[in-house]
Design a protein around this ligand. Structure first.
Ligand code: G1P
Ligand code: ZN
Length: 544
C-alpha cells in the first residue's frame, strides 16, 4: 500500500498539560493538527519502530476518526503491531494494563478525561511509555519541541482497517490486533480482589449502584460488577458510552454526580454503596449511606486496610500522594511504618516510585487512586477495593470512615475551583503570591499565623529530575494548610484551584460539616491571595 508524505506547518500550541494534549474538538479538527502531534510522537520515540503500540480511547466524539488516522500513520511509521480496543475503545487504566501485559513500547490514549465531549466540547491525546504510565515531562517536552518545527507527516493512503471486530489483520506491514476492551482488565481485577467474598456480600444485602456517566466504564462495570459479582444489570446506570456523555459532564464528584450522591446519602430504599467514574475510567467517587468519602480519605483508608485484598495481602511498600492531596495518607504510612511521598499534581509523577517498588498505592485529591497494578489511576479498581474492604469487614462505608477518623484523626478537606478565569488575572494572582512568600511568614490568620510558605518543587527520588513551580503552599502554625495552583488541564481561560485542610482530632468534632468547619480557612485563603479582588468572583464554581 502506498505511503504518502504530507507537507505541514507547525502549530504553536501543542504543549501537553497535566495529562496530555487537551483542546476543543474545533482545535483538533484544524487541518493536520492531530497528525502533527502524532508524527511528533513517532519522530521523538524511535523505540516504537517494529514494536507494539496500544491504542484506545474513551469513545468521545472524534475518537473513531482519530483512531483511524493513527492506524494509518502507525503503518507508515514502521510500528510493528497496534493493539487497539474494539471500536477504538479502551479505558485509560485498561490501556496501561495492556501496555504492561503485552510488553508494548508505548500507548496512545484518546481522551479528555472528565471534560465534556461532543463536537463543541473537548478532545485529547496522551502518550504513555513502556511502563504503562503517562510519559514523563522530558518526553512530553521533546514531543512539544518537535511539534514546533514539524514540516511533514507520513500515512498510508488507504482507508484504515476495520477496528470493530476482534481479530488480527495485516495493514501495510503493520499488524493490527483488535481486542475486547474489557477481558484482560477484568481478569486482572479478579486476581487482585476477592470476588467470591464481594459477591457473597452483595448477595447478603450490600446493594450497589455504579454511575458510568455515559462514559467508558459502562462496559467494564456491566461485566465486572453486574455480571461477575452478581450486582445485577440495574446496579450500573448510564452504562452505554456515548460520544457526548449524554450531554453531561463525566466528572464523578459532588456536583456532576449529584443524583447518585442524593440516592445513596439519604435513608430510604436507595443503595447502600454508590460509586462513579469519569470519561476515561481513571477517576472514582465513593459514597455510602450517610457518608461521602473525600478522595484524600479514600487513599488513606485503602492504605490502612490494604491487606484484606488478596493482591495486597503482603502489605504495601509505601503511599504516594500529590501535594494538594490531604495528609491523611501520611498518617497511615507513619503508623504502618511504610514510605510516604509527596509529588506534584499529575499521575506521571508516580511512575518512577511505582517502578522502583517504593510506592504501592498512589492517590490524588481529584478523585484519583491507583496502585502498582498499572501506571494510571484506576476508577473501577478503587470501587472494587472498597467493596472488598466492606465485604471483609462486614461494615458499611460510614462505619469504615468513622473508625478511620477515630484512629487517625480527620483531615477536613475541601477544594474550591474558580473556572474560566481571565488568564492574565490568574497569572497576576499567582505571581503576586509567589512574590510575597517571604513576607507572609508570621502573618496572623484568625487565631493562628503563617508558619511556612513556599512554591512547591519536587526532586524525583529515583531519577533526580526536578519539577518547579508546582503550586503555592501556605502552612499555618496550627498545621492547617492552604494550597493555590492553576489547572493544567483546562481548555478555556484559567482555572484557579484552592485547596484547604485542617486536622481535627477532637472526637466530638470529627463529623462537622466540611465547609463550615473550614470557614475560617476559606476566608483566610481569599484574604491572603486576593481571590475576589483579582478574579472578580464572589464564590467558587465547583466545591468538592
Ligand atoms: C487535574 C487534577 C489532577 C489530575 C489531572 C488529570 O489536573 O487536579 O490531580 O491528575 O486533572 O486527571 P489540573 O487541572 O488540576 O492540572
Ligand atoms: Zn480521567
Amino acid at each position: 500500500m502506498p505511503i504518502e508524505r504530507v507537507d505541514t506547518t507547525p502549530y504553536a500550541d501543542q504543549k501537553p498539560g497535566t495529562s496530555g494534549l487537551r483542546k476543543t474538538v474545533a482545535v483538533f479538527r484544524q487541518p493536520h493538527y492531530l497528525a502533527n502531534f502524532v508524527q511528533s510522537i513517532f519522530d521523538t520515540q524511535p523505540q516504537l519502530a517494529g514494536e507494539t503500540l496500544v491504542l484506545g480511547g474513551d469513545g468521545r466524539f472524534y475518537n473513531r476518526e482519530a483512531t483511524a488516522l493513527i492506524l494509518r500513520m502507525a503503518a507508515a511509521n514502521g510500528i510493528g503491531r497496534v493493539v487497539v480496543g474494539r471500536g477504538g475503545l479502551l479505558s485509560t487504566p485498561a490501556v496501561s494494563a495492556l501496555i504492561r501485559k503485552r510488553g508494548a513500547a508505548g500507548g496512545i490514549v484518546l481522551s479528555a478525561s472528565h471534560n465534556p465531549g461532543g463536537p463543541d466540547a473537548d478532545f485529547g491525546i496522551k502518550f504513555n511509555v513502556a511502563n504503562g504510565g503517562p510519559a514523563p515531562e522530558a518526553v512530553t517536552q521533546a514531543i512539544f519541541e518537535r511539534s514546533r518545527t514539524i514540516d511533514g507527516y507520513a500515512l498510508v493512503t488507504a482507508d484504515a482497517p476495520d477496528f470493530d471486530r476482534p481479530g488480527t489483520s495485516a495493514f501495510a506491514g503493520l499488524t493490527v490486533e483488535v481486542v475486547d476492551p474489557v477481558a484482560d482488565y477484568a481478569a486482572l481485577m479478579e486476581r487482585l480482589f476477592d470476588f467470591d467474598r464481594i459477591a457473597a456480600a452483595i448477595r447478603g444485602g450490600l446493594s450497589v449502584r455504579f454511575d458510568a456517566m455515559h462514559a467508558i466504564t459502562g462496559p467494564y462495570a456491566a461485566e465486572i460488577l453486574a455480571r461477575r459479582l452478581g450486582a445485577g444489570a440495574d446496579a450500573v446506570i448510564n452504562a452505554v458510552p456515548s460520544e457526548d456523555f449524554g450531554g453531561g459532564h463525566p466528572d464523578p464528584n459532588l456536583v456532576h454526580a449529584a443524583d447518585l450522591v442524593a440516592q445513596v446519602m439519604t435513608a430510604g430504599d436507595g443503595p447502600l454503596f454508590g460509586a462513579a467514574s469519569d470519561g476515561d475510567g481513571d477517576r472514582n467517587m465513593i459514597v455510602g449511606r450517610g457518608m461521602f468519602v473525600s478522595p484524600s480519605d479514600s487513599l488513606a483508608i485503602l492504605a490502612a486496610n490494604a491487606t484484606v485484598a488478596p493482591g495486597y495481602a503482603d502489605g504495601i511498600a509505601g503511599v504516594a500522594r500529590s501535594m494538594p492531596t490531604s495528609r491523611a495518607a501520611d498518617r497511615v504510612a507513619a503508623a504502618l511504618g511504610v514510605l510516604a511521598f509527596e509529588t506534584p499534581t499529575g499521575w506521571k509523577f508516580f511512575g518512577n516510585l511505582l517502578d522502583a517498588g517504593q510506592a504501592t498505592l498512589c492517590g490524588e485529591e481529584s478523585f484519583g487512586t491507583g496502585s502498582s497494578h498499572v501506571r494510571e489511576k484506576d476508577g473501577l479498581w478503587a470501587v472494587l477495593f472498597w467493596l472488598n474492604i466492606l465485604a471483609a469487614r462486614g461494615e458499611g462505608v460510614a462505619d469504615v470512615v468513622r473508625d478511620h477518623w477515630r484512629r487517625f484523626g480527620r483531615d477536613i478537606y475541601t477544594r474550591h475551583d474558580y473556572e474560566g478565569v481571565d488568564s492574565g488575572s490568574a497569572d497576576t494572582l499567582m505571581g503576586e503570591l509567589r512574590g510575597r512568600l517571604g513576607d507572609l511568614l508570621g502573618t496572623r490568620v484568625g487565631s493562628t499565623e503563617i508558619a511556612a510558605a513556599d512554591d512547591f518543587a519536587y526532586t524525583d527520588p529515583v531519577d533526580g529530575s526536578r519539577s518547579e513551580r508546582q503550586g503555592v503552599r501556605i502552612l499555618l502554625a496550627d498545621d492547617s494548610r492552604i494550597v493555590y495552583r492553576l489547572s493544567g488541564t483546562g481548555t478555556a481561560g484559567a482555572t484557579l484551584r484552592v485547596y484547604m485542610e485542617r486536622y481535627e482530632r477532637d472526637p466530638a468534632r470529627l463529623e462537622d460539616e466540611t465547609q463550615g468547619a473550614l470557614a475560617g480557612l476559606i476566608a483566610a485563603a481569599d484574604e491572603i491571595a486576593g481571590i475576589r479582588r483579582l478574579t472578580g468572583r464572589e464564590r467558587p464554581d465547583v466545591v468538592t
